[in-house]
Design a protein around this ligand. Structure first.
Ligand code: LLP
Length: 419
């Protein structure tokens, strides 16, 4: 359920008609619904409550906007970050350092040092080498870094190859067969409080069986480590729950996910940690764009919109589907290709799509664009960086400005020898 609905024939974000925002801010523009963010955060939390003691760290990468982070902080979420930049954002949003989990396969010494000094709550270690480094950095400062060991369970999440992370040949975590030995070596290091294990097998997971299998494997490893005398108090089960991208698509619900987790983990006696991203933010945002023109094609017309792959990269990168709807539909339908202005064919949002008929100047909305949308935007083709707006009831505010190409040009210079 989200709060993007048609009222009197016009698509609204909560109580604000999208054309009002498009007129005031221009297009393309991302629009988020605060009520939807809050609803998704609560639904997810409530679904996992039966599983016992829990900690929720919002995956900042899915939507790092400061205002979005503030909403999630209000909902009691910590943050899962993968760079010091994301950690600084989470802190700037008022998320306590103790509630931040630092994931990521390439944490640098400088990042770890800053994070240790800031009192980051948990480091999810991706390798033995990283654990040794972190222990040294913390010990040198007279501090102890709290950590979990990320294990690669070698389970296929059944998602797109580019967003799968739990197969043996993916770069994430330590190999399952080596995890016990690595854990025992790291557990004794001064400067490190290794308190648990972490797993994350991929994103946009649409079937619960792979997660169940991965969690069961992790439970076995935990029991094994406990038999050897290690104390495990925290198990981080990552994020990954998928969301419907097409109207009418049926996916496992947070409640079903919660029931599965409660079942697999019922004897674990730990604090369960979660790192949801997309399931909170995905359907909380749309990308609003204006039709530049409709041009004839060999088979179907091309609807050229003013958003492009630099604003919403998912279709170009993962062949991802986003529903495209008219903001003020007339009732007539068409079959068309929806494309952006960038000079490559990957700048295609929809092919041979049966959709609302639109004309030059009309507004369209790309649905389910709140996760991995603005955060992956760039300025390819010297286009502006897309702005973001947050709606709350009757109110809206620009929460990220459009960054003009001139600002980027101003950060470039011609070296002396070319002057
Ligand atoms: N935790 C870790 C360690 C992760 O790597 C990720 C996502 C998450 C949590 C959050 O996963 P979520 O709940 O959002 O599925 N750009 C891609 C998705 C990349 C996901 C990367 N990792 C896309 O647009 O589909």
């Amino acid at each position: 359920m989200d709060h993007f609905q048609y009222h009197e024939g016009v698509l609204h974000a909560e109580n604000v008609p999208l054309p009002v925002i498009a007129d005031a801010v221009g297009t393309p523009v991302y629009v988020y619904s605060e009520a939807t963010l809050r609803r998704h955060a609560r639904v997810f939390r409530e679904a996992l409550t039966p599983a016992g003691s829990t900690h929720f760290a919002f995956a900042v990468k899915s939507n790092p906007n400061l205002a979005v982070l503030r909403v999630l902080r209000d909902e009691g979420f910590g943050a899962d970050v993968v760079s010091i930049g994301e950690a600084r954002r989470a802190l700037a949003a008022g998320i306590p350092a103790a509630d931040i989990v630092f994931s990521g396969v390439g944490k640098t010494d400088a990042e770890m040092a800053e994070a240790v000094e800031a009192g980051i709550g948990q480091f999810n270690l991706e390798s033995e080498e990283e654990g040794i480094e972190l222990a040294r950095i913390a010990a040198e400062r007279g501090l102890t870094a709290t950590a979990a060991l990320r294990v690669n369970p070698d389970v296929d999440a059944g998602t797109h190859d580019k967003i799968s992370t739990g197969k043996a040949d993916n770069k994430f975590g330590v190999p399952f067969f080596a995890a016990k030995d690595i854990f025992s070596r790291l557990a004794g290091l001064p400067g490190l409080n290794l308190r648990g294990l972490a797993v994350h097998i991929g994103s946009q997971i649409t079937n619960l069986d792979p997660s169940r299998a991965a969690f069961a494997k992790m439970g076995g490893l935990m029991a094994d480590l406990r038999r050897d005398g290690f104390v495990i108090t925290h198990m981080d089960l990552g994020g990954g729950l998928g969301v419907p991208y097409r109207e009418g698509e049926m996916l496992p619900t947070p409640a079903e996910y919660g029931a599965m987790v409660a079942d697999v983990t019922r004897d674990w006696r730990v604090t369960l940690m979660f790192e949801p991203g997309r399931v909170i933010t995905g359907n909380s945002g749309v990308l609003v764009s204006q039709v530049v023109r409709v041009k004839r094609g060999a088979n179907h017309p091309f609807i050229v919109v003013d958003a492009a792959m630099n604003d919403l990269a998912r279709p170009a990168m993962y062949d991802a589907w986003h529903d495209v709807v008219a903001v003020a539909p007339t009732g007539s339908r068409t079959t068309a290709n929806v494309v952006g202005p960038i000079c490559e064919s990957s700048d295609t949002f929809a092919k041979n799509r049966e959709m609302d008929a639109v004309q030059t100047g009309d507004l369209v909305a790309f649905r389910t664009a709140g996760a991995y949308g603005a955060t992956m935007a760039n300025t390819y083709n010297s286009r502006p960086l897309v702005p973001e707006v947050l709606v709350s009831g009757d109110r809206y505010a620009v929460v990220a400005n459009r960054i003009d190409p001139a600002t980027i040009l101003a950060a470039e210079q011609v070296p002396d020898w070319l002057k």
